[in-house]
Design a binder for this molecule. Sequence first.
Ligand code: KIV
Length: 301
Amino acid sequence: MAASKKITTPALRARKVSGPKLAVVTAYDATFARLFDQAGVDVLLVGDSLGMVVQGQPTTLGVTLDDMIYHGRAVVRGTERAHVVGDLPFMSYQTGVLPALEAAGRMVKEAGYEAVKLEGGVLYADHVRRIVDAGIPVMGHVGLLPQSIHTLGGFKVQGRDAEAAERIIADAQALEQAGAYAIVVEAVPAELAERVTRAVSVPTIGIGAGPHCDGQVLVGYDLLGMYSELRPKFVKRFAEAGEVVVNAARAYVAEVQSGAFPTLAHAFGAPRELPPAPEHTGAKAVVPGTPPTYGPASDES
Ligand code: KIV
């Protein structure tokens, strides 16, 4: 049997010491998963950010466990090498240890996730321990917790005063002790993220947390530059894919309208025996044998 190319949680943990830093990206469908996987991304996170970037909701709170399972299946199908982790959505684990375990179990059994992520530290240590004991790796998440957006009062930098900073460090340590294999550190000052990184022996994965974490995570659509109106300070746009998409779609519209697309080069050959030309009645003629929209890609099939 060929050796698996899959990146495992022990391999991810080892990177804290050996490097290189972990490159994590969110993905929500098979096509982007395949592209990011080909690019060498280590971890694909099916974030509940899908509520905002895919579903167009203002927060992540409306995302359901079924949504996470649906998108997880697609990402898992598109991925060969990267480790695939999915967010436990709001209210799938906050109600207790047992619901948390059941939700994590569904994520693994029904979608094929290799790990789950949940937000919070000390308060959720028992939940993490129980899920890990069942054989499901857990990624923690401290700092800005988008599922607590209404308590926090917005998407704001966390841990700015000493007491809040100490709480975030304690949260990360509680997650490590409960068995988390990695911890996302979101929207905290760079110096605090560095302290968190030193305080735990598992990799920290920063977003809006400066350069000192053991890895970085970005929302895939952010790094691709899909939005012209939204430019958070912590995001680096590695492409202007939004512009590429709009320009390509504009060119398509123009060519369809002018008749420049399609040409005969994009058409299928004639049937072996052409039926007699229909009388012109004003209605659109349908030639028998015309391929359906999603029909064969070549004349050969
Ligand atoms: O939901 C998400 O995409 C996340 C990352 C941004 C860390 O939790």
